[in-house]
Design a protein around this ligand. Structure first.
Ligand SMILES: [Zn+2]
Length: 165
């Protein structure tokens, strides 16, 4: 349960989608004009979930390949695809669309993605799961897993699909 200040309870209406059929749909590529508005909506929504570290557009009912992640730095992910996936790690994940469900999942330990954040022109290569000065391993792994979790949403894949058998 989340406790919000009274004023926020009065004005805030969650946009989170809980319908699995909706969440199973693959998203369309985002267009340049989509990005700012959708990132704004995602950021607003995520602010209301103290335990949330990432959110994807389909989770607020928008069928576009855009997501945000915020573990120790804010990230925007647009029309991503994997360039490299390596290693294995296991961690417990939850999802804002499945409150109170926590599942042990398998994720890649290191990934490199092409993030079309600028959309036009060349994609921007981003590495996750690699050492970063001043960050602990747990934060780096959590961010790497969160990026994979959110990219999955853009393709209709849900966290329990990655459940450790
Ligand atoms: Zn999720």
């Amino acid at each position: 349960m989340t406790i919000l200040p009274t004023t926020m309870q009065q004005t805030y209406k969650s946009r989170i989608v809980y319908d699995t059929d909706v969440l199973r749909q693959k998203c369309e590529d985002a267009e340049p004009d989509d990005v700012d508005d959708i990132v704004q909506l995602l950021s607003e929504e995520l602010k209301h979930h103290f335990d949330g570290i990432g959110l994807s557009a389909p989770q607020i009912g928008i069928n576009k390949k855009i997501a945000i992640v915020n573990v120790f730095r804010p990230l925007v992910i647009v029309n991503p695809f994997y360039i490299k996936k390596a290693g294995k790690m296991f961690l417990e994940e939850g999802c804002l669309s499945f409150p109170n469900e926590f599942v042990q999942v398998q994720r890649y330990k290191n990934i490199i993605i092409d993030n079309r954040i600028a959309i036009q022109g060349l994609g921007h290569r981003q590495k996750f799961g690699f050492p970063i000065n001043g960050c602990c391993v747990e934060e780096i792994e959590l961010e790497c897993a969160a990026v994979q979790h959110e990219i999955d949403h853009l393709f209709g894949i849900l966290f329990y699909d990655r459940k450790v058998k």
